[in-house]
Design a protein around this ligand. Structure first.
Ligand SMILES: NC(=O)c1ccc[n+]([C@@H]2O[C@H](COP(=O)([O-])OP(=O)(O)OC[C@H]3O[C@@H](n4cnc5c(N)ncnc54)[C@H](O)[C@@H]3O)[C@@H](O)[C@H]2O)c1
Ligand SMILES: [Zn+2]
Ligand SMILES: [Zn+2]
Length: 364
């Protein structure tokens, strides 16, 4: 029997988040229903609501979630009823061109539930990142569920499902930060501060946090940044000069743009050392354009990369990072700024904009 539960949707571009009844079908082959315990509020949910990702409204928002598998469909073997899982949006297919050339973190054909969740009038919902977890239950593909140690606080480890994994992986996987490197991180929200933590885990000796908001910089320092640059009064050249001043005049080995705007990407491009690496993990909107002298691209060399989900492999990385957190070696709990109800998501977007939180986490 299909189940009706409460969920938070974005009905049309820019409309406020709306709580409504959503219908979860019985799981089909390979699908499972997960009882959501917690789901973080990510900037990407805000992008969805504003029409910055695509126009497939209405969206069922939420995608940084932990919960327990409650019903499984035919042939499901990857998880069992009762398993504690973090949901992921990279359920590696094993068969696409990326998977076949042994680069599964780029998987171009990740698994999602085949059936649609709907409104009670039958309108099909687009679940954010194929998850849709601002709801008491959601329907996903079995491989979107990654089992982790159930001693973990769901509010903390659920964040591995998106932003915190993206930030850690932007440093450790995409940026390939290693011992003794200098790293600069532009934008120290949940994703950027996770990149600070990832850089520290990887052994970077200089970690420069850059933000326009002093509260975020304070948090970055608590999480391991060695230097801070308040960019609120600086132009692009000023930010670049400040990074160079902290790195012997050269620029950083790796600069991570966790904002995703043309001006922050240009800062990243020029603030890195010759032959250094730029990692774009912030997500731009479709209207944003970039103009840069091609000679500078050639002359500065190095590597210009994007980081989709921190180039993570959920089955490898979520259990490992959960263990590091349980051992006290990864401060995941510090990213949980507040626990809120499902009716507080709009207020959480406002707190995100005013810099008051790293993550608001909805408790279902
Ligand atoms: N690549 C991925 O897989 C992935 C995954 C999750 C989120 N994201 C994206 O990462 C970005 C950050 O997400 P978040 O949840 O951390 O957002 P957030 O709103 O919590 O943080 C953004 C931070 O950037 C700062 N900022 C904004 N403009 C700035 C500027 N011009 N210079 C310096 N700092 C500036 C803000 O003060 C804030 O601290 C978003 O674009 C989000 O969509 C990407
Ligand atoms: Zn694949
Ligand atoms: Zn996200």
């Amino acid at each position: 029997m299909p189940i009706t539960v409460q969920g938070a949707i974005a009905r049309s571009k820019g409309a406020p988040v709306e709580l409504t009844s959503i219908v979860i079908p019985d799981p089909g082959p390979g699908e499972v229903v997960v009882d959501i315990e917690t789901c973080g509020v990510c900037h990407t949910d805000f992008h969805y609501k504003e029409g910055g990702i695509n126009d497939d409204f209405p969206f069922l928002l939420g995608h940084e979630a932990a919960g327990r598998v409650s019903v499984i469909g035919e042939g499901v073997t990857h998880v069992a009823v009762g398993d504690f899982v973090v949901l992921n949006w990279r359920a590696v297919c094993g068969d696409c061109r990326a998977c076949k050339r042994a680069e599964p973190w780029y998987c171009f054909n990740t698994f999602n539930a085949t059936q649609k969740m709907t409104l009670t009038d039958g309108t099909e919902l687009s679940p954010a990142l194929g998850i849709g977890a601002f709801a008491e239950k959601t329907l996903v593909h079995e491989k979107q569920c990654t089992r982790v140690n159930q001693d973990a606080d769901p509010a903390a480890v659920g964040l591995l499902g998106c932003g915190i994994m993206a930030g850690i992986g932007a440093a450790m996987n995409t940026g390939n930060v290693s011992h003794g490197d200098s790293v600069a991180v532009i934008g120290c929200g949940g994703v950027g501060n996770a990149a600070v933590v990832g850089s520290r885990l990887a052994g970077a000796s200089v970690i420069i946090a850059i933000d326009r908001d002093a509260k975020k910089l304070q948090k970055a320092q608590e999480l391991g940044a060695t230097h801070r640059i308040d960019s609120s009064g600086l132009d692009e050249d000023g930010v670049v000069a400040a990074v160079q001043a902290l790195t012997g005049g050269f620029g950083a080995d790796v600069v991570i743009d966790a904002v995703g705007r043309p001006e922050t990407w240009r800062q990243a491009f020029y603030a890195r050392d010759l032959a250094g690496t730029v990692v774009l993990v912030g997500v731009p909107t479709p209207d944003m354009m970039l103009e840069i002298p091609l000679l500078d691209v050639f002359g500065r060399g190095g590597s210009l990369k994007s980081s989709w989900y921190g180039d993570c492999l959920p089955e490898r990385d979520f259990p490992m990072l959960t263990d590091l957190y349980l051992q006290g070696r990864l401060p995941l709990a510090d990213f949980v700024s507040e626990r809120i109800g499902i009716d507080d998501i709009e207020a959480a977007f406002a707190k995100m904009a005013s810099g008051d939180v790293l993550r608001s986490v909805v408790v279902l």
